[in-house]
Design a protein around this ligand. Sequence first.
Ligand code: MN
Length: 263
Amino acid sequence: MGQPLILATNDDGVNAPGIKALCASLAQRGEVHVVAPDREVSACAQSLTLKHPLRAERIEERVHAVDGTPADCVNLALVKLLPRRPDLVVSGINRGANLGEDVFYSGTVGGAREGTFFGVPSIAISLAARAEADFAPAAEFAARLSALVLEKGLPERTMLNVNVPPGMPLGAVITVQGRREHEGTILEGLDPRRRTYYWIEEGNDRWLSDELSDINAVRRGYISITPLQTDTTHHAVLAAFRAWEPALGNGHAIPAGPRRRGE
Ligand code: MN
């Protein structure tokens, strides 16, 4: 068997320092191919571009820049651009954390989740620092974790969301997705034509303290690894909601047998 094939993507753009550091580090673990957006598209979640065609420009050996989202990139890579199915997808290293409910907005996580949808083991990795960040410790950890995932695989429909604290991490721990209370703030102003514009800001978040959470781990200087599943059903409340069924009509269990015609 040859070297593992690793697909790298991100949402900060193909030229961002985070993905460069990631690729340099992953090169010891396999044959790395980059398919990444041609510009920064942070907070695009897992959106797909359907309203206009996509272009992929080969900018160097094994590197493509796409005028789309990370999920577009993963799609295009898997279906068209890669020489074979990858053994691993790594999305990042994002500039800025993707903690708690950020996973619903994050393009970095969206790219990794798209890999998971295709059945490829996938990791999202973010550095919890904004300015002038040193990606080296996160890149080194990405390579170590990638080796482990290549060796052991991941459970079905499961991806790993990794957040690395700034500076030298004290260690790595398995965490749960943190929670916050979000208060949105919107900047309002007048444009040069004196029309009102709005700009969604990051807002004020009050993180709920939870020993096991990703946010707590990163705050304390540890690398956080949260296994995320693609099934977002709230299983613990199913029974309570089933008690609503009589009030919703006469539905109980769906009868076995053929589906209704026309469906
Ligand atoms: Mn980003």
